[in-house]
Design a protein around this ligand. Structure first.
Ligand code: NAD
Length: 263
């Protein structure tokens, strides 16, 4: 299927590894020029070179912390300067730390608020004016299955990601007249470094090994395995495509059937 993305421009936030990195590579495979960011310059630069070598696409690496609005402004400004347009925005960030209600401090709540919710606000605030000028745009937010079914010991994620869904649903209505769609993907357990860290934390908390923690997750997934980053990237590429023009305000699970709710 030709996704109609050839020659268009994407920004993928938090993309030196994991889900963001896989998404940037997938969009580059479609012939897009891609800008990526992360805080660590060396890792980011390496990811950009690898994606460029694998796909032949032009990849711009902008060191930036998405929980800092000045960095976000620079990311979008440098993208515009380099490529002259912006068609697809994939919002993403590191996950907030694990913990239950009495484990997390006010400082952690405030940091998670900036990282998980305000990063999406700031990215959209900078990107949408460019998309409005073009009267074409796709925004895809990477969230989590926790927006549909809370995950144990992930209180900050369970709470703040729901605000991203509320924001996306509202923006979808507000931006529809400009032919800009806003959707979210809700990954279940996918094999990345973040997942490794969660398995370690769970193993420690429950007095089991990380392998046993992984087996417990896997039992919750009808397809019987963790997902691979490129499987989420495929879903994002579709939502970013010309073909998905009539889909907006949706929150798509990519979870191997893990979430049990009906609607
Ligand atoms: P990861 O830790 O493997 O990668 C995170 C990426 O974000 C890295 O490139 C890192 O450098 C970058 N990053 C972190 N904080 C940043 C910041 N403040 N500014 C800029 N870049 C930053 O994580 P992942 O597994 O790829 O997950 C990505 C997001 O999806 C996270 O929010 C995670 O909680 C969520 N998620 C992941 C899974 C999963 O199973 N992997 C499931 C549900 C939700």
């Amino acid at each position: 299927m030709d996704l109609g993305l050839q020659g268009r421009v994407a920004v993928v936030a938090a993309a030196s590894r994991g889900l963001g990195r896989a998404t940037a590579e997938r969009l580059a495979q479609e012939g897009m020029n891609v800008a990526i960011c992360a805080r660590n310059t060396e890792l980011l630069q390496r990811a950009a070179e690898e994606i460029q070598n694998a796909t032949g696409a032009e990849v711009l690496a902008v060191p930036a912390d998405v929980s800092n609005p000045e960095d976000v402004r620079r990311l979008i400004a440098e993208t515009r300067e380099r490529f002259g347009r912006l068609d697809v925005l994939v919002t993403n960030a590191g996950g907030p730390p694990p913990g239950n209600f009495f484990d997390v401090s006010d400082g952690q709540w405030e940091a998670a608020f900036r990282l998980t919710l305000m990063s999406v606000v700031w990215l959209c605030r900078e990107a949408v004016p460019l998309m409005k000028e073009q009267r074409w745009g796709r925004i895809v937010n990477i969230t989590s299955v926790s927006v549909k079914q809370p995950l144990d010991n992930l209180l900050l994620s369970n709470s703040l990601r729901l605000a991203v869904i509320g924001l996306a649903k509202s923006l979808a209505r507000e931006l529809a007249p400009y032919n800009i769609t806003v959707n979210s993907v809700c990954p279940g357990p996918i094999a990345t470094e973040r997942m490794e860290q969660l398995l370690q934390a769970q193993a420690q908390m429950r007095g089991i090994t990380p392998e046993e923690a992984k087996a417990a997750w896997t039992r919750e997934i009808p397809l019987g395995r963790l997902g691979q980053p490129q499987e989420l990237a495929d879903a994002i590429a579709f939502l970013a495509s010309e073909n998905a023009a009539f889909i907006t305000g949706s929150a798509l699970q990519v979870d191997g059937g893990m979430v049990k709710f009906v609607l």
